[in-house]
Design a protein around this ligand. Structure first.
Ligand code: F0G
Length: 339
């Protein structure tokens, strides 16, 4: 085919699939790795941004979803379901529609970013707006699939982890080695996946996981009943892969720390205005954490930017400067342009 092959074909020898499986792909993976010169200067290390927003539906979830949906199709499933803060829903809906499976997604009512909702609906998902948060949604969906033949494609599904570990392979291939990884942590599937990928590739960078201060159960050491943060993607109080995240952190000599919404939004604006990289607020937690807490004595650091800024236009417009109104005359344009 044309272009890059999608990650199952690219990493076939390290994934639980065969070439003649019914592979469902949108040519995910092989995302850009961009040197962040301004961030590097500030933190005194060589800092790279892994731009996962460049995946087909605009987030890293596509890596896991191509594998989870391929496996569901292989097993003869007719429908897939997930609980989601938005990105998993968008990705599950896209891959399910491509595979000819029916998607259903359960999201916290009023708490997912506009772009993600639009994606899930456009791809034909049945979107259930739950009057409860993500943790409640995940609990209910786990009970539901115990009673019905619907494939669960949350990151409790091991095929999600298999797909997402490939981002670590790409980092090792491109950088040779790295000293630290900075990553936002919500349900803790992605940090689990990166750690698995690094270990399989024979590397062990320090794993720095960052949570929003209002949704930081791993930092507090206890579930958060009512998680709150502007970073809606990681508004999670009781991560499913809690133990795995803590193991990655301790084994790698890393750290799990919190960043405030203000620190997240500072990094969010900084990346857009100074690096030309527009990510969603949750993604900026990785860079916020690096800027606030550092990354030990790491010389070379990769920050995972998990989702695209266009996912959440509302937060962007609230955070950005306003437009300059102007009459259609040269003099008016002149003063408008020149300030
Ligand atoms: N960044 C973004 C943009 C996310 O959407 C998520 C998770 C994370 C980081 C955290 O990853 O959960 O593996 O620790 N989003 C899930 C969802 C929960 O439903 O879209 P994690």
């Amino acid at each position: 085919g044309h272009g890059h092959p999608g990650l199952i074909h690219r990493f076939l020898d390290r994934l639980p699939f065969e070439a003649d499986d019914p592979i469902v792909t949108l040519q995910e993976g092989s995302t850009p790795l961009v040197l962040a010169e301004r961030v590097s200067e500030i933190v005194g290390a060589e800092v790279y941004l892994k731009i996962e927003g460049a995946n087909p539906t605009g987030s890293f979830k596509d890596r896991g979803m191509c594998c989870a949906v391929t496996q569901a199709k292989k097993e003869g499933a007719k429908a897939v379901i997930c609980a989601s803060t938005g990105n998993t829903a968008a990705s599950a809906a896209a891959y399910a529609s491509r595979a000819g499976l029916k998607p259903a997604v359960i999201v916290p009512e009023g708490k997912i970013a506009t772009g993600k909702l639009a994606q899930a609906l456009m791809h034909g998902a049945r979107v259930i707006a739950l009057r409860g948060n993500f943790d409640v949604a995940l609990q209910l969906v786990r009970e539901l699939v115990a009673e019905h033949p619907i494939a669960l494609v949350n990151s409790v599904n091991p095929y999600r982890i298999e797909g997402q570990k490939t981002a670590a392979f790409e980092l090792v291939e491109e950088l040779g080695s790295l000293d630290a990884l900075c990553i936002p942590v919500g349900n803790a599937g992605n940090i689990t996946a990166y750690w698995k990928g690094f270990q399989e590739a024979g590397h062990s960078p320090m794993m720095f996981g960052f949570q929003a201060a209002g949704a930081a159960p791993l930092v507090n050491g206890a579930p958060v009943e009512k998680p709150e943060t502007v970073a809606s993607a990681i508004r999670i109080g009781n991560p499913a892969r809690w133990e795995e995240a803590m193991t990655a952190m301790t084994t790698s000599n890393g750290r799990i720390a919190a960043v405030t919404d203000e620190q997240i939004l500072d990094a969010y604006r900084f990346l857009a205005a100074n690096e030309g990289v527009f990510c969603e607020p949750a993604s900026a937690a990785s860079v916020a954490g690096l800027m606030v807490h550092g990354a030990g004595d790491a010389g070379r650091v990769a920050c995972v930017l998990t989702g695209h800024g266009l996912k959440d236009p509302q937060t962007a417009l609230e955070q950005a400067g306003g437009v300059v109104p102007c009459e259609p005359e040269l003099a008016a344009v002149e003063s408008a342009v020149l300030g």
